[in-house]
Design a protein around this ligand. Structure first.
Ligand code: ADP
Length: 309
């Protein structure tokens, strides 16, 4: 079988995490604790997850000309991700999240989006050839909304389906001009409610979103699994029971694996189950990109679960 051809456009960040006993107060210095550097950014997480789940991925992201940008390039290449249309931003910093965590798990996070904020529609126009011959476009919302809209419009013009993970949700929700271009939407519960604030129930919120463009809405609900809504049917896909140690990146893994399975023409229920398996596995290891499972691991896990059923 030839691999699904996916185009992913989105952010790259590096999480710099200090795990200490206490969080500093303003003006205070706290010494001690351990430092860990963890590759993140929703776009990059999804690109890595999709490549490992079996897709041929082209990733468009903006990187600064610093060491973190260089590290990111090398990691994408190691995962077999095509970065021919990557956007270099001379003089800018690659996106960084500074994260401090105390002994109880409480955290403080400061994000400097850097190059991610400078990924313009013009950059995407220059990358237009990357849209040809792909079977699906996957995006999230950690890059400027006008760029997401340009890519959505261009994909629509080419007849390329769009899978949108609407995270993080902008304060005003999403414009109808964008929702109209989306075939598959993967909000979590909070994001779905932000899209239809007046809807009294999850079902009503999903119905409202379905009436505005998407054919499929898959609402992820952590350990409670996922609810799937289409014009024809509504069904629940449970989360797989695993010993989760870190759920960072689980939503990104879910979206990416769902995209892979849908392009492979897996029936919707099977595709969501495949995504749930990949996402469950991603929670069993620390970190986001480090924890994305291989195709082989996902298939082995699904087989083991089928035997257990
Ligand atoms: P987000 O981080 O975007 O809010 P969720 O927390 O809803 O995403 O997680 C996405 C998917 O990952 C869930 O629908 C589920 O299939 C899987 N998942 C998340 N947390 C767990 C967990 N603790 N155990 C098993 N699967 C999980």
């Amino acid at each position: 079988m030839t691999k699904p051809q996916l185009l992913i456009i989105g952010s790259t960040n590096t999480d710099m995490v200090v795990q200490g006993a206490t969080l500093p107060q303003p003006g205070e210095t706290v010494t001690g604790g351990a430092f860990r550097l963890s590759p993140g950014g929703k776009g990059a997480n999804q690109a890595v997850a999709a490549a490992r789940a079996g897709a041929a991925v082209t990733f468009i992201t903006a990187l600064g000309d610093d060491a973190l940008g260089q590290d990111s390039r090398e990691r994408f290449t190691r995962d077999g991700i095509a970065i021919d249309y990557l956007v270099g931003k001379p003089g800018m910093a690659t996106g960084v999240a500074l994260i401090m965590v105390d002994a109880s798990g409480e955290n403080m996070i400061s994000v400097a989006p850097g190059a991610n904020d400078a990924l313009t529609p013009e950059n995407l126009v220059a990358a237009a050839p990357a849209f040809l011959d792909v079977q699906m476009l996957i995006m999230q919302l950690e890059i400027p909304l006008p760029s997401v809209q340009w890519a959505a419009d261009y994909a629509t013009k080419l007849g390329c389906p769009l899978l949108l993970n609407p995270a993080p949700m902008p304060p005003g929700g999403l414009p109808d001009s964008l929702l109209r271009c989306v075939q598959v939407l993967t909000p979590n519960e909070g994001e779905l409610r932000a899209l239809a604030p007046d809807a009294p129930t999850l079902e009503a919120a999903a119905a409202s979103v379905l009436s505005r463009g998407p054919q499929v809405v898959v609402v992820t609900r952590g350990r409670q699994g996922a609810e799937v809504f289409t014009a024809q049917e509504t069904f629940h896909v449970p989360a797989f029971p695993v010993a989760a140690v870190d759920t960072v990146g689980a939503g990104d893994c879910f979206t990416a694996a769902l995209g892979v399975a849908l392009v492979e023409a897996q029936p919707l229920r099977d595709a969501v189950r495949f995504a749930a398996a990949a996402a469950a596995l991603s929670t069993t290891l620390r970190g986001a990109q480090e924890a994305m499972p291989s195709r082989e691991a996902i298939e082995r896990f699904l087989e083991a679960m089928a035997v257990a059923d």
